[in-house]
Every structure is written in structure tokens, then in C-alpha cells.
Design a protein around this ligand. Sequence first.
Ligand code: GLN
Length: 610
Amino acid sequence: MSVNYLQSYLESLHQSYANINEGEVANYIPELMKANPQWFGIALITVDGHVYQVGDSRQSFTIQSISKAITYGIALEDNGIEAVLNKVDVEPSGEAFNSISLEPDTGRPRNPMINAGAIATVSLVRGDSPDEKFYRMLKCYERYLGRTVSIDEDVYHSEKSTGHRNRAIAYLLRNSNIIERDTDEVLDVYFKQCSILVTCRDLAMIGVTLANNGVNPITGVRALNSHYVPKVLSVMSSCGMYDYSGAWVYEVGMPAKSGVGGGIVAVLPGQFGLAVFSPKLDERGNSSRGIAACKKISADFGLHMFRTGRSTASSVIHASYTAANVPSKRNRNIEQTQLLAELGHEAAVLELQGELIFASTEIVICEVLKLAEHANYLILDFTRAITISDGADNMLAGLIQSVSTQGKTVILTGIWDKYEMVRRIKKAIGHTDEMPLLKCNDIDSALEWCEDQLLSEKACAVSEAPLAKQNYLTGFTVEEFEILESMLEQRVYKEGTYLCKEGDPGDYLFFILSGQVSVTVPLSHRRHGRISTISAGSAFGEMAMLDRGKRSADVIADQNVVCLVLDYNRLEIDTSSLGMSIRWKLVTNIGRELTRKLRQATLEIKSLRT
Ligand code: GLN
């Protein structure tokens, strides 16, 4: 297999940046001095779960300050935004990580990414005992990392026995009632959280989980409520790199957090998590190689979060067509087909794709309003819409409301996995049960429903059709019709039973007198794709008459079905001139119908490509 460009890029970056030797391994926690200064790992994980890693990406080290971001998320989940803000502000301090940066009057720490704020944040984690608090933290790490974690006991004891400055900070916080309980208990949990063992790959996993709206993209497990993800990323981007935060955002342009263990995690929301590990720190306590590598990667790939390559959101429209060009897969009789060719433009389909955010949803609004000038039925398909932002669903709800008040019918399809959007739209619109709005599974059933409405408006709906109305029997003389009729055998199928299965021998032509069947093919994941629906007045099984091949799909009764079946073998043995004429007319009619279908398919392909 050829080498992945991104992997070789990271390998050569790793090789050249391994020469950077500036900085010192942290020494104020004695145990940290044991780190090998040459350790150097880089890991990048995309929101699609692709992992790239080089160097010492599997070497464990203590997470240190990076834990502050995780704990801040837990505190928000446990207490809500307001209660947390009451105790810890979100202003960059512009000072070192261990500075005593407290608001003069309240004693509130400046932000949760410096020690003072982080110690206060630990006290906000729910739990009756320090052990319970820490247990809950570990459980949270498991959700971020997809594995269990433990702490480095030596680093923990080393910091606990020397962390006097943090103790002093905790006492100040206790004094101003920012911490409301025993400082030793809070500090113990703080020292433990700093000693959690992670690898560079783990940090990238934390990063990508935040990039992926709080869900670990590999395990699918949610680690942080999506509501709080932007809050955690905000403090990371304004305060995550201590007194280097401003310059970091300016240059690298990604929310990030560093720790004195030598780790840095950076997040590009919606795209990836990036982590670099190398223990030599600059004078601000950030990994020297880490900063250099992140700067380079950001510059080489144009990753600054404020940089946007997007100049139009119009790619949100995957396809736009009407039932005139792309009708439903339901077989209709000649009269209905002709009527629908004239009326089909009244049912329009808009297939959406990608991200529905403010700008792309605005395009959808404009497009729907344009279509609504001619169409009375509007089908919006979300099958390919991957994300729908909170604001976008409000915009869509508003759109549906205004279009509906003009007397138009809106139908949403492909929404089976869009629970949140459906919930909000239902809430905004109310009384959805009375509308077809959310009732159709896919575009085809929505189109079929619209066509049925159009036909019944013109009193052209049929539920039963005598044999004489069959398309394949046009041009038959009375005599020919009677002979054919005498060859037919009546069959009745109950709703839900199969008329034939894929692979069965194709010996019969089925004329449907009443009811309806669906032609389906099995797809992956036990799903079925509907190829067409055939109802009273139409027939199926005709391809086998021409090639005597096997059945190419399953046919299942959607309702109780009455049909007349023609055994091809029986028809073939009748070599009289009447028998020959019957066969000739049948073949001609079938040929004409197949040609019509082929022309229709060509038209569809054309409409879907433009
Ligand atoms: N445990 C360290 C401390 O409190 C964490 C500091 C850091 O990583 N910047 O000193």
C-alpha cells in the first residue's frame, strides 16, 4: 500500500523538530525531572476516527494542567454555567500558571486554566468524598479515552509533598469562600488529577472528542454534554496556554491546553484533535517542541480557526427536481402517467447535504421560497445532511411555518436519525400529527403521497381495475382477450406475504386487479430498497417473459392483493395463429412499456445530474 501523505508529513516534521533542544524539563515537582528530555511524540486524530501518530506517541506521562479542561467540563455538567462562573471567572490572566490571580474584591480566580481556577473547579466536582469526586473524574476520562486510566503514584506523592504554593492558593480560595470545604481534600483530588497517566495519542483523543462536539469518534461514547463543549473550548483558546495564550491563538489559531508534563493538546472544532508531547518546557511552562510543531502544522495546512475557505454555502443543495422529471417509483396506468407529467411540477424535491449552519440554511430558505412559487408540495430530504446546528433548526421551523400558512404542504424525509431537529420542529410548529410533515420515510414514499394527492384532486385515483384496463392488453381483440382470460388463474395474497422472491424462476406474469405490491431488493444491514410499487391496473413479472430469467427482486403485498396470473409455459404451447398473435401483442406492449421506463430513467439521470 502506498504511504499516507499525512503520516509521512508528520514523520518528517518529527525528524526535523527533534533537533529543537531549547527549554528545561520541569523541576519544581521533583519526580517530573525523571522524564527523558528526548521524548517526542505527535498524534493527530480526525473526527472520522483516523489516527496518525509518530515518535513517542505511546509513552505515558502525567497529564498535569491539561486535566484542568476536563475538570472544567465536569464542573459545568455538575453545576451549570452560572454556578461555575460565580466561583471562577473566564478572563485571561496574562500571568503564569501558578500565579495568584484572584479578583481583588471577590477572590474569584481569573480563569479555570490556571492553578487557582483549577483548584476552585475541582471543589465544584460533585461527590460526597474526595474519593468519589476522583472516581467520577476517572470515569469521565474513560469516556474521553475509551480506556481505563490510572495515576502515577510517584508524581502524585512528589507533588503532594512539595506543592506548597498550590496549598497557599487553596487557603486563599478558602478564605474568600470560593472553596467551601476542607482545602486538603480538594488539593488531594487536584494533585491526583494532575498525575493521571496519558499518552500523546490519548491527548489527541481528548482533543478530537472536543472537536467532535463531545463524542469520542471511535467509541461513539459522549464524554461531554454538547452544550458545554464551546465553553470548554473558549477557556482553552483564551487561557489554555497561560501567559502565551494571546500569541498562541494569534499564530496557531486553535483552542489548546498544555501541561508541565510536556503535553499540548490542540483542537480544530469539527476537524481533529492534535497532540504533541516533549518534556522540555519554555519559560512559560509550555513544551518547546510542542509549540514549534503546532505552529508549523497550523501554518502548513492553514488551520487557524478564523480562516475560512468557504465563500459559498450553496453546496448544501444536493439536488432539486420535481415529480414531473423524477416521479415516484410507483407504476401508474397510462392516464395517471400522463396526468402526472402535466401536474408533476407541483411536487418539488430539495435534497440537502452536508452541514446545515446559518449560511447554508439561508440558501435552503431562498431555494424553498423559489420552488414554492410553482409547487404546492415541497419535499425536503435530510438523508445527506450530516449536521443541523441549533439555530438552523429554528430557521427551518420558521420556514415550514411560513410556507404552510401559504397553503403549501411540506414533507421532511430522511429524518430517522435527526431526533433533535424533529423534536425542535415539532415544538415550534405543534399539531404535526395532522400533517404529512414527518410521516414519510423516504423521498420516494413522499413523492408517491404527493402524486396520490394530485391524482385524487383530479379524481384519477384507482383502487381496483378490471383486467381489460391493463396496459399490456391494449390492442387485443375480443376473441384474443377471452382466450387469454381463460388461461389465467386467480390468486389472492394477504398483506405482508411474498408474491415471489429474488432468484425464483420467472414463469408467471401477474396482473393486479386490486391492492398493491412493492418490488424490493435486499440491501446491507437488513434493510430493503424499494424499486417500485405496482398497484391495480398494472402487471409485473414481464421481464421474464422476454428472457426467461430468474426474478431480480422480491415482490411483497403491501395490502391484500387479488391478481390473475399467466403461466408463460402455458402460453408457449399454444401455437395456433391466435396464440401467436396474443404473444406478439403482449411482447409489443411489454416492449413499449419497458422503453417508456428506460426513457424515464434517462430523464431521471439527467435531472439528478444537473
Ligand atoms: N500539577 C501542576 C501544578 O499545579 C500543574 C501545572 C501545569 O501543568 N501547568 O503545579
